[in-house]
Each structure stands twice: as structure tokens, then as C-alpha cells.
Design a protein around this ligand. Structure first.
Ligand code: GBH
Length: 495
């Protein structure tokens, strides 16, 4: 099937050749969402393997045992990506595939190392630059059982650093773009505050047997920040001089707009919400070197304190700002003292503002609406506050009407809703670059429909439709995949 896209007219015409010649574009994925082969070829159990085999945890009762079978089908996937014209691919390594039990003294699974070597080689042979994430939420279950995973900073850190070093050693000759953690904030908010993701801890006993949302959330975040910084320090001192790569972290963050722009309390609340969501991680790493004052004043001693030594390694520990973003919310201030389990900054998040304006058209995912103007504002907010090069590492949407039986009709594959999402967001990205914001990559989320964590197979984020019923997990390109290729050809400067 072919679709043609024409960018000769305004406003696209004005955006031609806006992006730097070496701008990277492609798709992002995560090991637990695509690989499958969850317990074969020596792979150890991760907290997501345990989670999805616990009844009642995943919406459609599915597991990630097979996912899209990317482990088996990586050659086919690389060929398909190449046909889309990508220049880069962002994927994550499964820690428990490489070190099944996870720990510093535990054995390495050479079959797991081989798999990633093969994938990296296949990408490079096809002219696709690998961007590698060390951690996309799938902590080895053995470390969770031994000492509570990231709740135990002292025990966890050496295990993580050994894993990171092993990856630099084995893959760093070819991998020049490293991301330590994917969305440390979502890992802890969903896993320890809401308890709806692995390792499924929270204060809410109807959902989770153990946990304390009011403290553990911030302890785990602290472990992530400091262990990220230690891994970056080792990379810079011991590997970067000869491997010459970059290392950074990817943070999540949606934009917050005031519910009532004329109410100073809502304007302040929107800024506070951005601080709780984004600056929580970004201020220590890229900014002041410490947690935002707004968080300290609400959370007091429940928010950990950086030691002087930690502070000195955390600040400046990321070569770039890895940015995942999807949508925008309206934010209204709440009166009175914040709830003990609040993580948003004592605000309410809403779909419409005080004038009844909607935050955007609905996708097939409850929290996600198309909201390009907030995305443009967010790029400026990040740039103005931190002034580091931005690598967009995830952005994308689901679309209604994609839950059909194979083969999907031409109409289903013509995913204009997703095309419009990408088009509107990429216009904002190109305009931000014209305004001087330094943006160096864009990875669409995601390459193929996949296993969407606790939403199972119900949320289809792919630019490629997957027949999950079939043994071969047959892939069908959607129009959006070709749209991205065409639009990036227009946006990226030639030569
Ligand atoms: C990314 O997370 C992940 O990196 C990726 O693995 C995942 O598949 C992808 O997005 C799509 O979900 O408080 O009700 O407003 C994004 C995680 C999910 C974080 C929604 C913020 C807001 C829920 N985001 N969440 S709500």
C-alpha cells in the first residue's frame, strides 16, 4: 500500500530543512513490551514477568510471554524499519536476560549478550544508529526478593553499576548513545505510589499487600537519580575516553496548563505541577542540583536529602535531556493541605479548562489527548530552564478503531488520527528549533503495536499493526510509519 504526502504548502513549506543534518529519527521500544522469549535462552525473571503472571494485574489478563516476538524476529523488524527510512532505533536491554539473577556476583548469560550483539550488528549493517536504554522498568525479580530492589539504595547500586559496566564493555564499541533510565518517575509513581505497575506496592491495601506511597515513591526516585549519576560517572571516566559516546537519562513529562489563566493560584499550581512531575528529576540533574523548593515545602523530610557527595555527582550527570512526552492537562489548585499520598503538587488534573475548552481530541487511551500547543510550550520550558540539548526519545498515540481481526482493512491501516498527531507535534518541534531550541532526535512511540504494560494488548501505540493472534505476529504497516519518513525527509536539512 502506498500513500503520498505533500509538504509544499504553508505552514509546512516554511519548515523545510529546519532540522540539523545529523538529526536522528526512528522508533523507540522496550524489551519487556516486545521481546517475548520471557523464560528461554537463559533469561531470568523480571518484576514484570511476575506481575503479569499474577491474576488481576493486567487489564486483559494477558502476559508478555510472546509479546511481538521481537527476540526471534529482529531481522525482519530491522528490515521493516529500514523500509520506513529510519536513521536510528531506540531499544532497551533486559537486565535479567543479560544477568539472570541481576547481582554483582551473579553469572552472565552469554546467550542474552549474543542476542543484543546480533541486534546491534544488524542495525549498523542497515545504516541504523542504536540508542540503548539500560533500564526500562524490568528489574530482575531476584533483586526484588533479595533486598527490595531500589528501596535499598546501598545494596542495589553496586548491582546496577556492574550491569551498566558490563553493557558498556560488551556493546560500547558500537553503541554511542546510552540512556541509563527510562522515565524513573513513572517507574516509581506507577510502581510505588499508585501500585498499578510492578513491583505493585502502595499504601492502598485493596490493591497492594505492602508499600507506603507517601515515602517509598521518593526513596526509589532518589536511588534512580543517584545510581544514574554513578553509572554516568563511570562511563565518562572509564569508557568515554576511548568509546567516545554520550550518556544521559530519559525523563517523562506532560505539560500542565492553568485551569483558569486569570487565577494566580492556578497559574502557580500549573508551575508547581510541572515541578512535581518534571523538575523532581530534572532540577537535581540539570538545574539547581537539588529537589525543587515546592516539593521540599510540601513533602518535608519525606523527600530524601542529597549528601554533598551525591550532589556533586548528580548535577551535570546527563549529556542531554532525554524527553518522553505525550499530552497536556489542565491543572487546578486545591485548597488546604495536600493529601499524604499526593504526588502531583496538590492539584487536580482536568480535561477542560474554566472556559470549557478541551485539552484535545480523545485517543484510545484515557490519559492521552492530542495537544500539540502544550508540547511546543513544554519544549521551551525545558530549554529555558535547563539549556541542554534535547533528545526526544518517545512521543506518539493510540487511535480508536484499531481493535479488529486480521487482516486489518485498508481503512484501519490508513491511521489518519495518528498521522495528524505526529504532524501537529512535529510542526511544533520544528518551530521550536527555529526559535533556537536545540533538538537532536525524535523517536516515535512506537514501532509496532506491543504489550502495553498493565493495559496488556488493549492499547495499540504502533505505526505497524500486529496480528497478536497469529503465530508469526504478522506485521502490517500503518500509514503513519510512511508519513514520518516523508515528513522527516522534508524537515531534515539535506547533505
Ligand atoms: C511511556 O510511559 C513508556 O515509556 C512506554 O513504555 C509506554 O508504552 C508508553 O509511554 C505509552 O504508555 O495520572 O492518569 O494522568 C508513559 C507513561 C502513562 C505516564 C500515563 C503518565 C499519566 C496517567 N505515562 N501517565 S494519569
Amino acid at each position: 500500500m502506498t500513500w503520498t504526502h505533500n509538504f509544499d504548502e504553508s505552514p509546512d513549506a516554511e519548515l523545510k530543512d529546519t532540522l540539523r543534518r545529523d538529526f536522528h529519527w526512528g522508533f523507540a521500544t522496550a524489551a519487556a513490551q516486545v521481546e517475548g522469549t520471557w523464560n528461554k535462552d537463559g533469561k531470568g525473571e523480571s518484576i514484570w514477568d511476575k506481575f503479569c503472571h499474577t491474576p488481576g494485574k493486567v487489564k486483559d489478563g494477558s502476559t508478555n510471554e510472546d509479546a511481538t516476538r521481537a527476540y526471534d524476529l529482529y531481522k525482519q523488524d530491522v528490515a521493516l524499519m529500514k523500509s520506513y527510512g529510519v536513521t536510528a532505533y531506540r531499544f532497551s536491554l533486559s537486565w535479567s536476560r543479560i544477568i539472570p539473577l541481576g547481582g554483582i556476583n551473579d553469572p552472565v548469560n552469554e546467550k542474552g549478550v549474543d542476542y543484543y550483539n546480533n541486534l546491534i550488528d544488524e542495525l549498523i549493517a542497515n545504516g541504523i544508529t542504536p540508542f540503548v536504554t539500560l533500564f526500562h522498568w524490568d528489574t530482575p525479580q531476584a533483586l526484588e526478593d533479595r533486598y527490595g530492589g531500589m528501596l535499598n539504595q546501598e545494596k542495589y547500586t553496586p548491582d546496577f553499576l556492574r550491569y551498566a559496566c558490563l553493557c558498556f564493555e560488551r556493546f560500547g564499541d558500537r553503541v554511542k548513545h546510552w540512556i541509563t533510565y527510562n522515565e524513573p518517575g513513572v517507574y516509581t509513581l506507577a510502581g510505588y505510589a499508585a501500585g498499578v505497575h510492578a513491583p505493585a506496592r502502595s499504601s492502598f491495601r485493596e490493591r497492594n499487600a505492602e508499600g507506603d506511597s507517601s515515602t517509598e515513591t521518593f526513596i526509589v526516585a532518589h536511588t534512580e537519580i543517584v545510581s544514574h549519576a554513578r553509572a554516568a560517572k563511570i562511563y565518562r571516566e572509564e569508557f568515554k575516553p576511548h568509546q567516545k559516546g554520550q550518556i544521559g537519562i530519559t525523563l517523562h513529562g506532560n505539560y500542565s496548563e492553568p485551569w483558569d489563566v486569570n487565577d494566580p493560584k492556578d497559574v502557580e499550581a500549573a508551575q508547581r505541577a510541572r515541578e512535581f512531575e518534571i523538575a523532581w528529576f530534572a532540577d537535581p540533574i540539570y538545574g539547581s542540583g537539588d529537589y525543587p523548593a515546592s516539593m521540599r515545602s510540601q513533602l518535608g523530610s519525606r523527600l530524601p536529602t542529597f549528601t554533598d557527595e551525591e550532589k556533586s555527582i548528580v548535577k551535570g550527570s546527563s549529556d542531554f535531556y532525554g524527553m518522553n512526552t505525550y499530552t497536556t492537562f489542565f491543572v487546578r489548585h486545591l485548597d488546604g493541605e495536600a493529601d499524604i499520598n499526593d504526588h502531583l503538587g496538590n492539584v487536580e488534573k482536568l480535561d477542560t479548562n474554566s472556559e470549557g475548552k478541551s485539552r484535545g481530541p480523545e485517543s484510545d487511551t484515557y490519559w492521552l489527548r492530542t495537544a500539540p500547543s502544550g508540547f511546543g510550550k513544554l519544549l521551551h520550558w525545558i530549554w529555558d530552564r535547563y539549556h541542554v540539548p534535547i533528545y526526544m526519545t518517545e512521543n506518539g498515540t493510540t487511535a480508536k478503531g484499531e481493535h479488529v481481526k486480521a487482516p486489518p482493512s485498508a481503512e484501519v491501516l490508513n491511521d489518519t488520527f495518528r498521522v495528524d498527531f505526529f504532524h501537529s507535534y512535529l510542526r511544533e518541534l520544528a518551530r521550536a528549533v527555529q526559535d533556537g531550541v536545540d533538538i537532536r532526535s525524535y523517536f516515535g512511540w512506537t514501532f509496532t503495536d506491543n504489550w502495553e504494560w498493565a493495559a496488556g494488548f488493549e492499547d495499540r501505540f504502533g505505526c505497524t499493526w500486529v496480528d497478536f493472534e497469529s503465530e508469526e505476529k504478522t506485521r502490517f504497516p500503518k500509514r503513519s510509519a510512511y508519513f514520518l519518513g516523508d515528513y522527516f525527509t522534508h524537515l531534515i536539512a539535506e547533505g
